[in-house]
Design a protein around this ligand. Structure first.
Ligand SMILES: NC(=O)c1ccc[n+]([C@@H]2O[C@H](COP(=O)([O-])OP(=O)(O)OC[C@H]3O[C@@H](n4cnc5c(N)ncnc54)[C@H](O)[C@@H]3O)[C@@H](O)[C@H]2O)c1
Length: 250
């Protein structure tokens, strides 16, 4: 590892968008802590990065567990250094029309996204503040949290909370040299597989996207590395929609 490699932590990086984000940071020379609730998948992404000549380590963590997230931050510091970038990406969905939604599915989605983002942000900020370094936290929200979606009141609530948490933590942490932003993607990942495979659903969804296609995880990942580049240094408290124009603020 070079002396200048930044430690970048990515949660939920065992597949999908998180995997692409981890690979993108590694490709530009950062040292990436790949984490996922599925430790084997995280380890295999870290192996892939190392095989390509990059620097990575892996750690299993359920982002809704305080102990797991503390252990993840400790592992990052001891193996790769104080995190300079922390990506709160882990997520899941449990869709159902609201009159049919079980309370456990409401709670689970809130726990993983909202509590998970809080815990990741807190542990990242604690390490950055203690080491007196500048840092960046990138959350992952969704158009669901900006405009709502049918059949996903749990996910919309969770992503709406993440949007608000991004702004709140950006205001609070700016004086510490820590920026906080969120990305709202649309990406072809395992999470959106059903939406892409079902012709009727896919057609309706693509009609609502001006660019008329799903984003590729790698092109979404480029927005994360932009925020972490010198060019992103004056950006904080923002939600960057990388979604083919699906959401446009009025
Ligand atoms: N794909 C899209 O179009 C889209 C749109 C808007 C927002 N998002 C958000 O982007 C992020 C990544 O989604 P994706 O499309 O890559 O999904 P994905 O299902 O392909 O990957 C999600 C990853 O998160 C992990 N994960 C789930 N629960 C976890 C937990 N409790 N702790 C740690 N890891 C956990 C999974 O194991 C998986 O590897 C999510 O926050 C998602 O809500 C995705």
């Amino acid at each position: 590892m070079s002396d200048t490699a930044r430690c970048v932590v990515v949660t939920g990086a065992g597949q999908g968008l998180g995997r692409s984000v981890a690979m993108a940071f590694a490709a530009q020379g950062d040292a990436v802590m790949v984490s996922d609730i599925d430790g084997a998948r995280a380890a295999s992404v870290a192996d892939e990065i190392i095989a390509a000549g990059g620097t990575a380590a892996s750690a299993p963590a359920d982002v809704s567990s305080e102990l797991d997230v503390i252990a993840l931050a400790d592992a990052a510091v001891s193996q790769l250094g104080v995190p300079r970038v922390w990506v709160n990406n882990a997520g899941l969905t449990r869709p159902a029309m609201l009159h049919k939604m079980e309370v456990d599915d409401f709670d689970l989605v809130l726990q993983v996204h909202t509590r998970g983002t809080f815990l990741g942000t807190r542990e990242a900020a604690r390490r950055m503040i203690a080491a007196d370094v500048d840092g960046l936290i990138i959350n992952v929200t969704s158009s669901a949290g900006l405009q709502g979606t049918i059949g996903q009141i749990n996910y919309s609530a969770a992503k709406g909370a993440i949007t608000a948490m991004t702004k709140s933590s950006a205001k609070e942490l700016a004086r510490r040299g820590i920026r906080v932003n969120a990305i709202a993607p649309v990406a072809a990942t395992p999470m959106t597989e059903k939406l892409r495979v079902d012709e009727k659903l896919a057609g309706r969804f693509l009609d609502s996207i001006p660019l008329g296609r799903f984003g590729e995880p790698d092109e979404i990942a480029a927005a994360f590395t932009f925020l972490a580049s010198d060019g992103g240094a004056y950006v904080t408290g923002q939600v960057l929609c990388v979604d083919g124009g699906l959401y446009m603020a009025s």
